[in-house]
Design a protein. Structure first.
Length: 490
């Protein structure tokens, strides 16, 4: 899907639309760098959304307080760039402060009728766009509460937009247009609005102008002006508290189809962490709700922290190692009839705690996904993969010889892993063991890297829902392939 393809499809099917604002930066919209702010005739909404779905777009749901009637959000993947394209479509022309969008301008049909094709998009007449711009900026930046919350100035991009529009219009044409479509707004008030958004006007002049405009547009308001001011102030204070004191980012949007638990697995050197980081940045760049979790090295629970810290202290005192899995697997797979050593008992306890923490991490990931988040898991316990993140006691050759205590721990470990269901989407990074060893040379020993890589390499993934990726390809190619397949499955 390219943006040019989208626009051609809309024109071919007769969808009445235009890119209704910020056309000074229309080139950035044509590349997907900016959101696509489209006004669409409400009679064409079904065809419009059908075209988007055929092109692979996904509907999204905004946080409840940001949801507006007649507004539609959708995201699509541009395969040429790997970027997500955000379509912010209006079936109703709702404008105003970003916190409330309180004014519905019922001039959609006339606005669309004024549009002409400009290379990629249809855009409205500059005169009509300037009239709507003046209403937007006056309500957004000239009210008393805008000054109180330091929102009283146009941004650089808004000033560029104003200068661009003024350079393309004759003000006499603008006044004639507003007389036709906004007859209850006097020319004197329009002139005040234009003066208010330009530099140099006094604060009091701008506040009075905004107040008059809001009263004049009262019949087109979603709320009474006083109520809207209260809502704006509350939301601004809440946002400030969230970002400055709680250090939290903006509330994120979610896919209408729901969340997903996505696992990325592969041997050492396959690029799992690189892929997870890239996917996280990719989704976060468009404010899509996503989380990352490391299932291979889960966060310690309080119980794990206490027990493992004690084991580390004992090991340090005895100058022995607490690294467990490899040595423990060898002991459990041995054919001799000797009993389990004290060290192996400690190692078994360590692995059971790891299994417990992996289950706890899985449980949290599953809950987040069930509530709409996209959860990216670095590594994941799979029944067919034992060397990386599987149950250590799965290799226990003769359980009876280890004693009741060891057998009970083995049972407990197995139960934790049995509770970890398959991920919604599984991405397997398949890498030749020799390449994996070369990538990890000087970082990890070959004796550790090769077996874990060979297990993934030799496994037959056919007949499974796994997305198998050749991890030996260049990084950009690997990421492009993963994004394309992943987006199609979300």
């Amino acid at each position: 899907m390219s943006i040019a393809t989208l626009c051609r499809s809309l024109d071919a099917e007769g969808v009445r639309y235009c890119h209704w604002k910020s056309n000074e930066a229309i080139a950035r919209s044509a590349t997907g760098e900016n959101d696509l702010d489209l006004l669409v005739h409400r009679s064409d909404a079904e065809r419009f959304e059908g075209i988007l779905r055929r092109l692979g777009f996904k509907d999204t749901v905004q946080p409840r307080w940001k949801q507006l009637p007649g507004i539609y959000h959708s995201y699509g993947l541009d395969p040429a760039t790997g970027a997500l394209v955000h379509i912010h479509a209006h079936y109703q022309l709702v404008v105003g402060d970003d916190m409330t969008k309180n004014i519905h301008l019922p001039v959609e049909s006339a606005y669309l009728a004024s549009s002409t094709l400009d290379q990629t998009f249809r855009i409205p007449s500059p005169a009509f766009e300037l009239a709507v711009f003046l209403i937007r900026m006056t309500v957004k930046h000239c009210t008393w509460d805008a000054f109180v919350t330091l929102q009283g100035s146009l941004s650089r991009s808004e000033r560029r937009e104003l200068d661009d529009l003024l350079g393309h219009v004759d003000l006499d044409d603008v006044w004639a247009l507003v007389d036709e479509h906004f007859p209850f707004i006097s020319r004197e008030l329009w002139a005040r609005c234009l003066r208010s958004v330009k530099p140099g006007s006094s604060r009091w002049f701008r506040i009075v102008t905004a107040s008059r405009l809001q009263r004049t547009l009262g019949g087109w308001s979603r709320r009474a002006p006083r109520v809207d001011t209260s809502v704006r102030m509350w939301r601004r204070v809440r946002t400030l508290f969230r970002r400055k004191l709680l250090r939290r980012g903006p509330v994120r949007t979610r896919l209408a189809s729901g969340g997903a638990l996505i696992a990325v697995v592969g041997g050492d050197g396959a690029g799992k962490s690189t892929v997870i980081d890239a996917l996280s940045r990719w989704l976060s760049s468009e404010n899509i709700d996503s989380q990352t979790m490391h299932m291979g090295k889960p966060r310690w629970s309080p119980l794990t922290a206490i027990v493992k810290s004690l084991l580390k202290l004992v090991a340090a005192a005895k100058r022995s190692s607490t690294s467990s899995a490899k040595a423990l697997r060898s002991s459990l797979a041995a054919a001799d009839e000797g009993k389990m050593t004290l060290r192996n008992r400690a190692r078994l306890g360590w692995e059971v705690l790891t299994a417990r923490d992996r289950y706890r991490t899985y449980r949290r990931a599953r809950r987040l996904a069930s509530n709409g988040s996209i959860v990216l898991c670095d590594r994941y316990p799979l029944p067919q993969v034992s060397l990386m993140d599987g149950a250590v006691t799965a290799r226990m050759k003769d359980p009876a010889r280890w004693g009741d205590w060891a057998r009970s721990l083995a049972t407990l470990e197995r139960r934790y892993y049995e509770r970890i269901a398959s991920p919604d989407i599984l991405i397997v990074l398949r890498l030749d063991p020799d390449t994996a060893v070369e990538r990890k040379r000087g970082v990890e020993p070959e004796s550790s890297v090769r077996p874990r890589s060979e297990e993934i390499w030799r496994m037959d993934w056919h007949g499974t829902p796994a997305i198998v990726i050749d991890a030996s390809s260049p990084k950009d190619q690997v990421l492009s392939e993963i994004k394309s397949v992943l987006w199609s499955r979300l």
